[in-house]
Design a protein around this ligand. Structure first.
Ligand SMILES: NC(=O)c1ccc[n+]([C@@H]2O[C@H](COP(=O)([O-])OP(=O)(O)OC[C@H]3O[C@@H](n4cnc5c(N)ncnc54)[C@H](OP(=O)(O)O)[C@@H]3O)[C@@H](O)[C@H]2O)c1
Length: 275
């Protein structure tokens, strides 16, 4: 077990480290989750939100986008993305979504509307960058994790951490059909196994395997500054926008196992690209 684990039980991804690199993780869980007709709601329609929306559209789903400035400011994007997209307020996107992606600067998480997300699965892409978000004491002293903050804000929703440790350019470049040898895996974390199965099925539909890191408390393993923060998807880890390379579940698991929990030095410059 690697340093910093928050529970005594072996995380579910430990088994991946000993498995056949060619195996299909999506076949082994016995899932029977129907996500065939899905509306993806987005609270945040920037780099990562728009990229996930494009993948969802390519998979045949519908999308409701929102941002902080109002639906009118998304008209051009809606026109560009086509008839299966509409713009709405954050509350309307939350209400409409079968699954809702929260993808905004972390400092704004208290503004996410809780009531329309009641009973829903919420995918949290957010990362903590003190330089952007300001200092958040519980994250600086590592008494919690960013996704647990969102989960505490949304007590009647089921939060699953996902998409947080891949740059939007790499996310756009790496989807592959189920079974492709060069398919990449995305890490997820969450406290509800059924919700993680649903999210894994969604990821499968948009071109990715998944790797279950365990509960939300384990989500720090893919946070900025860790070994599992995105570098495995970069063709050139020094320059993230120079192309993508696939990373299997085994590689992501190895990176997550190597992650070390570390304090965010207050006001110190980031050592990794800010996304
Ligand atoms: N960029 C990446 O490659 C990447 C990868 C993984 C994870 N992430 C994380 O994902 C989150 C989003 O990143 P991003 O790069 O997509 O950011 P971004 O391009 O700056 O977009 C942020 C979006 O959030 C919206 N927003 C801000 N506050 C909001 C609020 N209170 N309610 C509704 N919408 C709000 C913004 O709308 P307005 O423009 O109208 O304010 C904008 O559409 C961040 O936490 C980031 O750390 C980013």
């Amino acid at each position: 077990m690697c340093a910093g684990s928050t529970s005594g039980a072996a995380p579910p991804w430990i088994g991946v480290l000993n498995s056949d690199p060619g195996q299909d993780r999506n076949d082994e869980s016995g899932r029977a989750v129907d996500v065939s007709v899905t509306i993806w709601g987005f609270i945040g329609s920037g780099n990562i939100g728009t990229t996930v929306a494009r993948l969802a559209l390519a998979a045949g789903h519908d999308v409701v986008l929102s941002n902080s400035r109002g639906p009118g400011t998304l008209a051009g994007l809606v026109d560009e993305l086509g008839p299966h997209v509409r713009a709405a307020t954050p509350a309307e996107a939350a209400e409409a979504g079968d699954v809702v992606v929260v993808t905004i600067p972390l400092r704004n998480y208290p503004q996410v509307p809780a009531e329309p997300l009641r009973g829903k699965i919420v995918i949290d892409t957010m990362n903590y960058y003190p330089q952007r978000d300001g200092n958040i004491t519980e994250l600086d002293d590592e008494t919690t994790t960013s996704s647990e903050l969102l989960a505490a804000h949304l007590p009647d929703s089921t939060v699953v951490k996902g998409f947080n440790n891949i740059s939007f350019q790499h996310l756009a470049a790496l989807p592959r059909p189920n079974g492709a040898r060069d398919r990449s895996a995305l890490a997820i974390a969450g406290d509800d196994d059924d919700a993680k199965k649903v999210v894994a099925e969604h990821l499968d539909q948009i071109g990715y395997d998944s790797l279950d890191l365990g509960p939300l408390a384990e989500g720090w393993r893919t946070q900025p500054g860790t070994a599992a923060y995105g570098l495995m998807y970069a063709l050139n880890p020094q320059v993230w926008d120079q192309g993508a390379r696939p990373a299997s579940a085994i590689e992501v698991a190895a990176r997550a196992a190597a992650s070390q929990r570390q304090h965010h030095p207050r006001d110190a410059p980031s050592t990794t690209p800010s996304h």
